[in-house]
Ligand binder design. Structure first.
Ligand code: E4P
Length: 217
């Protein structure tokens, strides 16, 4: 399973890239707004940090507008993935961009049928939002399970990019289900390494090592 980080914070992206934990990055208009920076400048900087896929989302909602914005975003770097909303116009743009050889990420997926349509449109990635379904008391992980079955039934190559991840449990469950990618906020991603027994065990080992009076180097 690939790990993407869901942020436009380039310092966080650099830290995770340096730790060897990163396979790619996803952004969205809300994350860009939060960064307070110029959209194309941030995407260019992120693409300079990682060689992995970097999703940049269009802001237009009509086919022609999406195609124009996609052409502009694709110029930034080879690893830019065009992120499109799961609407009829978005799917039409997905098909056209796929035919032109661009990678696409169809976002805001909340149903198995939507994921089926995105796969038929040739999407590189489908982004089902787990946390936002959980917020409505609907099991977001169940949607990932359904999409896995459907894609496997028909051999669709579209990768399931589990998004709106809120907890460490979401990550491990996605891995068990067989999601291809998870995109995780930086704090949640870094939190995956933590276990109290690791900290306790390390403290005990270090205390015992101190008693030996030895040095390795
Ligand atoms: C995915 O690509 C989205 O950027 C993201 O995962 C949305 O997460 P949120 O529901 O926490 O905003």
């Amino acid at each position: 399973m690939k790990f993407f980080v869901d942020t436009a914070d380039t310092a966080e992206i650099r830290e995770l890239e340096d730790a060897g934990l990163l396979d790619g990055v996803t952004t969205n208009p809300s994350l860009i707004a939060k960064s307070g920076r110029d959209f194309k400048e941030v995407i260019a900087e992120i693409c300079g940090i990682t060689k992995g896929d970097v999703s940049a989302e269009v802001a237009a909602t009509d086919f022609d507008g999406m195609m124009k914005e996609a052409a502009e975003l694709a110029k930034i770097a080879d690893n830019v993935v065009i992120k499109l909303p799961l609407t009829l116009e978005g799917l039409k743009a997905c098909k056209a961009l796929t035919d032109k050889g661009h990678k696409t990420n169809v976002t805001l997926c909340f149903s198995a049928n939507q994921a089926l349509l995105a796969a038929k449109a040739g999407a590189t990635y489908i982004s089902p939002f787990i946390g936002r379904l959980d917020d409505m008391n609907i099991d977001g992980l169940e949607l990932i399970r359904e999409i896995r079955v459907i894609y496997d039934n028909y051999g669709f190559g579209t990768e399931i990019l589990a998004a709106s991840i809120r907890t460490a449990n979401h990550v491990s469950e996605c891995a068990l289900i067989g999601a291809d990618v998870v995109t995780v906020p930086p704090a949640t991603l870094k939190g995956l390494v933590k276990h109290p027994l690791t900290d306790k065990g390390l403290a005990a080992f270090l205390a015992d090592w101190e008693k030996t009076g030895q040095k390795i180097v």
